[in-house]
Design a protein around this ligand. Structure first.
Ligand code: ZN
Length: 645
């Protein structure tokens, strides 16, 4: 419970159980933080995070001591992570599930204790239950909100007195993996358009911290991904029968180094998948076992009689939501053969082992032959269409596919590529995204793996905050989540809300135009959006938005923090407008720009990026990657950014 003033304190003290604990009183520390004598890295970091946020709230810096040092100190104490005192209090850390934590606040003692690993606290593979406990408490009792990476995006309400509210509970996470791929690996042949080394370092550090604050990580390692990409090279000569049969009667890829799918009905292939997994699995392995059986990054194409015999009837709406240019056009519906493939592997695998497959391309819709799967089959929901914004009908269809797979008895995880969309434009679809997320959670979602966070925080903030926040509060309505985001803008909150509503409406109403333009300009939603940015975001669409942010700035008044956040949005908008302007000149779809014109356009853009690359408005390396595939560029920008111009 946080007390803004004395009046509230009176109300609170009569309403609350007496055992609430005051941690900071009138701006002065009244508690100390205590760790084990040899705390793990996770525990040390969790304590630092607690100190940092409390100081940001009330200016008081709590001391951190080991329990030996703290022996003679008067309570109250905040115990962070496992320690002797924790054991004496009867909290058995060993019995906690991975990443789970205990939050116990009573009798002058606060315990925030979780199941932790020994690794780097910022590594997604390090279990960090104690850190999750600290964030949960900061979120709940202090009202901290992490809007975007970095200090400006960290909203901490200001208080003079901070009280920890009585509770005693153990929290386990609903999703065993929460993953928003960080998008830090984009590489461009024109890196001058991206970050300098120093700016990239800052951007990636701040984003890594941010993702952990939203509890991104996993309880145990899970391996999956296109599983057979190197099999032809290794096994094609000896075992061609494991690979797709082409119409020509040949097995394997249809051209040298081409992609290929497998002959999934082949029982020898299924056996081989299990035996290769078993050979690699350490005999003393204790973590749950996952066998990767995700098809390669291609449609299921085997034409052999045995594979075809497994196929169910294609649903009537099988190709309804794919364009004629889609790889899906003319394809055969093959989900049943894949379901039987996964089931065949699972039945031969050791008990308790999970087989992972992707529902993708022409095996995205659920099987129709009536096959029943089970909870040891984990399916990644990976549509190759369904970009946001969707029509109501398409959105319902996408959700139905989840439901239908769920009805087979398999467990499901979200493995979509939709977040790669939108370039750095103010492209907002937060409500529709939240609706899909809620649907999946209600229908048994066990994990996520979103590809990818493109990190355009200043123009796509409401999308990104919604994605991150729903991982922590899966039940929260989109409007609740967005209200948290807007609230951080103080008196400018209503104006900022109107601003993003303008863009969400704009995005929604542009749906057909986006689809059509992408097709006309042969632009890809995830690779070459900047071919089309100027058509979808012409200069005139920015004018009302700029006015709204001017209003927001006026409303922020002398609240420096709110004004700085509005300024951050303004920078993002200015940059987006500039990118759309450059797209018009350089788009590969139509550009006739000369070398000089290219240079002028990119110099203006690069100058803007250099001036603002420490602001955190967006991931410029992602943009350099998209722009390389979208624009007519010349040799100059092939230089590293640190050397350009
Ligand atoms: Zn086959």
């Amino acid at each position: 419970m946080l007390l803004r003033c004395f009046v509230l304190f009176l109300v609170a003290s009569t309403l609350c159980v007496q055992a609430d604990i005051t941690l900071v009183s009138e701006g002065r520390p009244s508690a100390i933080i205590v760790t084990a004598d040899h705390p793990s890295r996770v525990v040390r970091y969790a304590a630092e995070e607690l100190v940092h946020h409390l100081e940001k709230s009330c200016g008081a810096r709590l001391e951190v001591r080991t329990e030996s040092e703290a022996k003679l100190t008067a309570p109250p104490r905040i115990y962070i992570g496992a320690s002797r005192a924790v054991r004496e209090a009867g909290i058995d850390v060993e019995k906690l599930a991975a990443e789970a934590f205990v939050l116990r606040i009573k009798d002058d003692e606060v315990f925030i204790v979780g199941k932790d690993g020994g690794g780097d606290p910022l590594d997604a593979d390090t279990c960090a239950g104690t850190l999750w406990g600290v964030y949960e408490w900061l979120d709940r009792d202090v009202g901290v909100r992490w809007l975007w990476p970095g200090e400006l995006g960290t909203y901490v309400p200001k208080f003079k007195t901070v009280v920890a509210r009585t509770c005693d509970e153990t929290t386990a996470l609903v999703l065993f993996q929460r993953r928003l791929r960080a998008g830090l690996g984009f590489e461009s042949d024109h890196p001058a358009l991206g970050f300098t080394t120093a700016a990239f370092k800052q951007f990636s550090n701040e984003q890594s911290v941010y993702l952990r604050r939203h509890r991104m990580g996993r309880s145990y390692p899970v391996s999956y991904g296109h599983a057979f990409t190197d099999w032809w090279e290794k096994d094609g000569k000896v075992h061609p029968e494991w690979f797709q049969l082409l119409e020509s009667g040949k097995r394997g890829p249809n051209k040298k180094n081409g992609r290929f799918s497998m002959c999934v009905s082949n029982p020898d292939l299924q056996r081989e998948v299990v035996s290769r997994w078993s050979a690699k699995r350490p005999p003393d392995a204790r973590a749950p076992g996952f066998i990767n059986a995700c098809e390669n990054d291609i449609l299921g194409l085997c034409t052999c009689d045995n594979c075809r015999a497994l196929d169910g009837a294609a649903p009537g709406d099988y190709l309804k939501f794919y364009t004629p240019a889609s790889k899906m056009a003319g394809s055969r519906f093959v989900s049943d053969r894949y379901a039987r493939f996964w089931l065949g592997i699972q039945q031969q695998a050791p008990a308790g082992t999970t087989v992972v497959g992707y529902a993708y391309f022409n095996y995205f819709q659920a099987p129709t032959s009536g096959i029943k799967l089970n909870s040891n089959i984990l399916i990644g929901y990976c549509p190759s269409s369904g970009w946001f914004p969707r029509s109501a009908e398409e959105h319902a269809w996408m959700k139905q596919q989840w439901t239908d797979w769920r009805d087979t008895g398999a467990r499901l995880f979200m493995r979509t590529n939709h977040l790669l969309d939108g370039y750095c434009m103010p492209f907002i679809f937060a409500h529709q995204f939240a609706d899909e997320f809620h649907h999946a959670v209600e229908q048994g979602m066990v994990a996520t793996d979103y590809d990818s966070l493109t990190g355009h925080w200043a123009t796509q903030g409401p999308n990104l905050y919604t994605v991150a926040r729903l991982h922590v509060r899966p039940e929260a309505a989109a409007d609740e989540v967005l209200a948290e985001y807007y609230a951080a803008f103080g008196a400018a909150s209503p104006a900022v809300k109107s601003y993003f509503e303008y863009w969400e409406n704009y995005t929604t109403f542009s749906r057909e135009k986006i689809n059509q333009t992408m097709e006309n300009l042969q632009a890809s939603r995830w690779r070459s959006w900047a071919k089309a940015a100027h058509v979808l975001y012409p200069a005139e669409c920015f004018t009302p938005a700029e006015k709204m942010l001017e209003q927001a700035m006026l409303a922020a008044g002398d609240d420096a923090e709110a004004a700085a956040r509005v300024k951050f949005l303004q920078l993002g908008l200015q940059h987006a407008k500039l990118c759309a302007h450059v797209s018009a000149r350089l788009t590969l779809a139509t550009s006739t720009a000369t070398k000089d014109e290219i240079k002028r356009a990119v110099d203006e853009l690069i100058a803007f990026r250099r001036a603002n690359e420490h602001s955190g408005i967006g991931n410029f390396n992602h943009l350099a990657w998209v722009e390389d595939l979208s624009w007519k560029l010349s040799e100059e920008t092939r230089q590293p950014p640190d050397l350009y111009p």
